[in-house]
Design a protein around this ligand. Structure first.
Ligand SMILES: Nc1ncnc2c1ncn2[C@@H]1O[C@H](COP(=O)(O)OP(=O)(O)O)[C@@H](O)[C@H]1O
Ligand SMILES: [Mg+2]
Length: 254
């Protein structure tokens, strides 16, 4: 279980996370939605310990990671796999090196690493033919798969995806969503997907909405289209008028 309590984070005078509470159950598949710039990525980076919160608690497996040292955090990193927004593969490394990086860095021989990498690539639907390709030779969808394969090398208990389908065509979006779901089920992991792609509701179990630095709604995705919460109602339908844009509309007509 991940329990976030009264989390705050500012950059300079800009308040991003403003007393955020969120509980994520083990094995949940949670979609976090919210507008661009609301602080979804900042929240995710606090959960994985890349950004230190100003105050509040992030309790993962009974441990408050908000107060950990760098060394202590590494143990948490090992437990939490994560996939970055733009499948941040290292451009100067080929697929084998990108996926097998942790092992290769620890002097495990390529002969031992290749079968492990091949197996992970297979589980994300890629063949051995990509092993020696560089990121620049891969399509957007393939890069996301390679990013996921790299995360799977760690057999994570928690999988976090930051906008995994941004910039992909609708067919690839569906394939990536299915892959995320299969991975969720196979690893029996807790999955958190940050997305503004409403297709995610077909896959996620739970949805949480971030607005003005707080989680203002959590509920089951299966009820989302009947949900009367005015923020959710406006967001998922992409309506111009509603509580989310109230201030902007007032500004516009001043
Ligand atoms: N390291 C940083 N330093 C300063 N400002 C940041 C930093 N990271 C994010 N921000 C700001 O925090 C806000 C939220 O960003 P982000 O979490 O990326 O939004 P999104 O919900 O689109 O993922 C933005 O205004 C962004 O400019
Ligand atoms: Mg983001």
């Amino acid at each position: 279980m991940i329990e976030i309590k009264n989390l705050t984070k500012s950059f300079g005078t800009k308040k991003i996370t403003r007393g955020l509470d969120l509980t994520i159950q083990d094995n949940d598949f949670l979609a976090i939605i919210g507008r661009s710039g609301e602080g979804k990525s900042v929240l995710l980076k606090q959960i994985i310990g890349l950004i230190k919160p100003d105050s509040g608690e992030i309790i993962i497996d009974n441990q408050n990671i908000a107060n950990l040292t760098k060394v202590e955090l590494e143990a948490v990193y090992k437990k939490c796999g994560y996939v970055f927004q733009f499948a941040a593969l290292l451009d100067s490394l080929n697929v084998l090196e990108n996926v097998g990086i942790t092992l290769l860095e620890n002097n495990v021989s390529p002969e031992e690493v290749i079968p492990l990498v091949t197996e992970k690539l297979k589980s994300v639907g890629l063949g051995q033919d990509v092993l020696y390709k560089y990121p620049s030779e891969l399509s957007g969808g393939m890069k996301k798969r390679v990013g996921l394969a790299r995360t799977l090398m760690l057999s994570p208990k928690i999988l976090i995806y930051d906008e995994p389908t941004t910039g992909l065509d609708p067919i690839t979006v569906k394939l990536i969503h299915e892959l995320i779901q299969q991975t969720h089920e196979r690893l029996n992991a807790t999955t958190i997907v940050i997305s503004h792609d409403i297709e995610i509701f077909k896959y996620a179990k739970t949805v949480a909405m971030l607005h003005e630095g707080k989680i203002i709604y959590t509920g089951a995705t299966k009820d989302i289209w009947e949900c009367k919460n005015p923020y959710i109602y406006q967001f998922i339908r992409g309506l111009e008028y509603g509580p989310i844009t109230n201030n902007e509309i007032i500004e516009k007509h001043k």
